[in-house]
Ligand binder design. Structure first.
Ligand SMILES: NC(=O)c1ccc[n+]([C@@H]2O[C@H](COP(=O)([O-])OP(=O)(O)OC[C@H]3O[C@@H](n4cnc5c(N)ncnc54)[C@H](OP(=O)(O)O)[C@@H]3O)[C@@H](O)[C@H]2O)c1
Length: 242
């Protein structure tokens, strides 16, 4: 590993979209800090990613746990810094109509989907400033489409979108950029759990987003500041910018 080795932190990288993003970064030569709660799955991901990444540091635990977030940033610092922070970990449920929504459940959704990404960003900022880095926050079309049953989840993603655009503006002076990425419908555990018993085999696997990630990580972070991208081929507006 050299001083110029780039480093990325990806939350929720033990499976699904986060693991796909981590694979792209590993193949591009990034060292990685990865997170997720299930230790076994996270360790398996770390072993796999180590085939390409110069170094991989799995930090198991819940993203709402302050000690876990500090351990992630410490791990990045020990690797040498941070170029890319991907806030990917999220939860979708509880799912159901707003008229009967158990409002105290917001107590879990907002800390996971909004609070944790913001605190992690705050902690990561000194490292991101040093390397003029990029924050990538994963959103969803549920942020503005009124999907019945997904209102609480959509509200968290709408909040994350506003925070991300605000951060992009506030961090301009410090040379740190932030973008939003909507990965589109994908066949993952989260998606299946939100549609219990339904056949979701028509949804693509998260690997469909690989060309987008390769494109994004080729960009000057300043040139994409504050933008919102759809990552699937059928929404390839980003391709028109090449
Ligand atoms: N799938 C879709 O159709 C779709 C569409 C639009 C947007 N998205 C967004 O894409 C992102 C990834 O979702 P996915 O579909 O890839 O889901 P997934 O396959 O269920 O993966 C979620 C990842 O996040 C981790 N995670 C979840 N809650 C966590 C917590 N509290 N603390 C730490 N890690 C946690 C999971 O590991 P553990 O469970 O072991 O913690 C896992 O690694 C999310 O932000 C989601 O909102 C997905």
């Amino acid at each position: 590993m050299t001083e110029s080795t780039r480093i990325a932190l990806v939350t929720g990288a033990s499976r699904g979209l986060g693991l796909v993003i981590a694979r792209v970064l590993a193949r591009r030569g990034y060292s990685l800090v990865i997170g997720g709660r299930e230790r076994g799955a996270l360790d398996s991901a770390a072993v796999e990613l180590s085939a390409d990444a110069p170094a991989v540091r799995p930090i198991p635990g819940d993203i709402t746990d302050a000690q876990v977030r500090v351990a992630m940033i410490d791990a990045a610092r020990q690797l040498g810094g941070l170029n890319v922070l991907v806030n990917n970990a999220a939860q979708l449920g509880p799912v159901g109509p707003l008229q009967t929504f158990d409002v105290p459940s917001f107590g879990r959704l907002f800390p996971v989907n909004v609070g944790a990404p913001l605190v992690l960003t705050q902690l990561a900022l000194p490292l991101l400033v040093e390397r003029q880095g990029l924050i990538v926050n994963i959103t969803s079309d549920a942020a503005d489409a009124a999907y019945p049953g997904w209102g609480p989840y959509g509200a968290t993603k709408a909040a994350l979108e506003l925070l991300t655009r605000t951060l992009a503006a506030e961090l301009r002076e410090q040379g740190v950029s932030a973008v939003l990425v909507d990965p589109g419908d994908m066949r993952t555990r989260m998606h299946q759990e939100s549609l219990p018993g339904q056949d979701i085999s028509d949804r693509p696997l998260p690997e469909i987003t690989v060309p987008f990630w390769n494109w994004l990580f080729d960009q000057d972070p300043n040139a994409v500041r504050g933008e919102r991208f759809g990552a699937q081929h059928e929404d390839a507006r980003w391709l028109q910018r090449v």
